[in-house]
Design a protein around this ligand. Structure first.
Ligand code: AR6
Length: 170
């Protein structure tokens, strides 16, 4: 049985096995939750991301795909990086956003993570409406979660985002 819950707070403070980063395809950091994760993790995370760019993802991580790294100084064991669709660039297909959640769970299950915490991917800089993100995210993780994952948590930074998730996941 997989439990799905929502909390308001800071993703970087979560004591779960893995947290999911709303990254960009460069994997080299940015603002928002990505910036907060790299700041809290320290330089080891950026170093690992650089190595991924030199090897597996020479052209960057494609939208909707996911990849795991260590977590540096964060309280979790792994960071799973995914790239949400950017509404401002015309990436408005909900299937792309759903892929982020589904693939992050698959990657997490693959490395042995039993608890995974997500931010509201694409709801910040990438411009998606929070209600749409809440709908797509909860539908995607509810559909067919890997059996080895006990806990899926959404960590919402603002009250407004938390309320949006609460409406679709009472
Ligand atoms: N904990 C939880 N949620 C957070 C935190 C935090 N510490 N900080 C911000 N959020 P965004 P995106 C929320 O912009 O839209 C970056 O520059 C925030 O309130 O982080 O997928 C990347 O490098 C919002 O609801 O991600 C990319 O270039 C949600 O996290 C680009 O932004 C997502 O906002 C990705 O944009």
């Amino acid at each position: 049985m997989t439990t799905i819950d929502i909390v308001q707070g800071d993703l970087t403070k979560q004591s779960v096995d893995a947290i999911v980063n709303a990254a960009n395809s460069t994997l080299l950091g940015g603002g928002g939750v990505d910036g907060a994760i790299h700041a809290a993790a320290g330089p080891a995370l950026l170093e690992e991301c650089r190595r991924l760019r030199q090897t597996t993802f020479k052209d960057g991580l494609p939208v909707g795909q996911a990849v795991a790294t260590g977590a540096g100084n964060l309280p979790c064991r792994w960071v799973i990086h995914t790239v949400g669709p950017n509404w401002h660039r015309g990436q408005t297909d909900p299937a792309l956003l759903a892929d982020c959640f589904v693939n992050a769970l698959l990657v997490g299950a693959g490395i042995g993570a039993r608890s995974i915490a997500f931010p509201a991917i694409s709801a910040g800089v990438y411009g998606w409406d929070i209600d749409e993100v809440a709908r797509v995210a909860t539908q995607a993780v509810r559909a067919d979660p890997p059996v080895t994952i006990d806990l899926i948590r959404f960590v919402l930074f603002s009250v407004r985002d938390f309320e949006a998730f609460k409406r679709v996941l009472p």
